[in-house]
Design a protein around this ligand. Structure first.
Ligand SMILES: NC(=O)c1ccc[n+]([C@@H]2O[C@H](COP(=O)([O-])OP(=O)(O)OC[C@H]3O[C@@H](n4cnc5c(N)ncnc54)[C@H](OP(=O)(O)O)[C@@H]3O)[C@@H](O)[C@H]2O)c1
Length: 315
């Protein structure tokens, strides 16, 4: 497959590295950062020259190289801000694997944008999917697949804790790490924290077939000695009878333990914990590993529920 990367920031660069490990031809990249224009994608990604250029727009890329089969999009979290980028890729006729968190389950926050992308993707016969580590894997796909081994399932609780000191700088920035509590209050409207609690919970509900009666999400900053050190948040889903069936939690902060824990309550309880899947590498990996599967998912917006097909038979 011939792949281009749209958004060559820290995640886009890791994706390039992952693609090189898989012998994929990276035909070019698009990034609005003018300092990157004309540079070699491999050089910028830290793997040495691969004779593939960075262009300031998709149009420029397409006038220099043949249409890529797939474009990996890693340029933003909010679908209303990246919808035009995604539509441009779709109209060019390429499949899209994006790390845009709100595209992982787009109908919750952005139903109108989702409808526009879905219509265009069906018309152009391409697949569009939003995925990554989270939403995309640890708090949704992984517990859903694990639930296949549940004898009787009552509730799923997925918890992720991570040391933000080991993550990319952009991640720490969006949590406000390093600001004083007062600075944080001033800038709070511009700091996203983690994006995707609700998307993970809704994806998980969709994967298992749990009807959603109520969904709630929230997050708050963590602080120590007047300084912001991270964020902690959750989403929870109740079924139609008001019983909590899904809870996902994520805390990211300086010095927090790296740990993922999934508990499937029921008979018998299943509990699985890890030493903490590294989010940046896992995001690049999930996106790279999904590429050969994209065409078989069918045209339109697809989610990880179309990829992870096994799970508990909720009735
Ligand atoms: N689903 C998941 O699990 C998951 C995991 C990790 C990351 N993410 C998301 O993936 C995205 C990328 O993360 P990151 O850390 O790599 O961010 P980043 O370092 O900010 O990289 C984004 C890159 O895209 C460029 N860009 C922005 N708007 C553009 C446009 N209109 N056209 C072309 N390029 C554009 C940026 O340029 P400038 O720097 O000049 O703006 C930057 O180089 C973020 O939204 C992040 O939240 C999702």
């Amino acid at each position: 497959m011939r792949v281009a990367v749209y958004g060559l920031g820290e995640i886009g660069r890791l994706v390039v590295k992952a693609l090189m490990l898989r012998d994929v031809e990276v035909v070019g990249a698009v990034d609005i950062d003018e300092s990157l224009t004309g540079r070699d994608v491999g050089d910028v990604s830290g793997i040495g020259r691969i004779d593939s250029s960075i262009y300031p727009s998709l149009g420029e890329l397409l006038s220099n190289v043949d249409k890529p089969d797939v474009v990996v999009h890693a340029a933003g979290s909010f679908l209303d801000r990246v919808v035009d980028q995604l539509l441009e890729i779709v109209e060019a006729g390429s499949h899209v694997a994006s790390t845009c968190e709100t595209l992982a389950y787009p109908w919750y926050r952005y139903p109108d944008e989702a409808a526009r992308i879905d219509e265009a993707a069906r018309r152009r016969h391409v697949t569009v999917i939003g995925t990554g580590v989270n939403p995309g894997f640890v708090l949704d796909s992984l517990p859903a697949l694990m639930s296949m081994a549940s004898f009787r399932l009552e509730r799923l609780v997925a918890t992720r804790s991570l040391d933000a000191g080991r993550r990319r700088s952009k991640f720490r920035e969006k949590l406000g790490i390093g600001l004083t509590v007062d600075e944080y209050k001033e800038r709070a409207a511009h700091l996203t924290g983690h994006v995707g609690y609700a998307e993970s919970a809704l994806l998980l509900a969709q994967m298992i077939g749990i009807g959603v009666g109520k969904m709630e999400e929230g997050q708050h900053p963590l602080s120590e000695d007047g300084m912001i050190t991270g964020v902690s948040g959750y989403a929870r889903i109740e079924d139609g009878e008001g019983v909590e069936r899904i809870r996902v939690e994520l805390s990211a902060g300086l010095g927090l333990k790296d740990l993922d824990e999934i508990v499937l309550e029921g008979e018998p309880e299943i509990r699985l914990s890890s030493n903490g899947i590294h989010g940046d590498y896992a995001t690049a990996a999930v996106v790279a590993n999904i590429i050969p599967r994209l065409p078989s998912l069918g045209p339109g917006i697809r989610t990880m529920a179309d990829v992870v097909r096994g799970g508990y038979w909720w009735s």
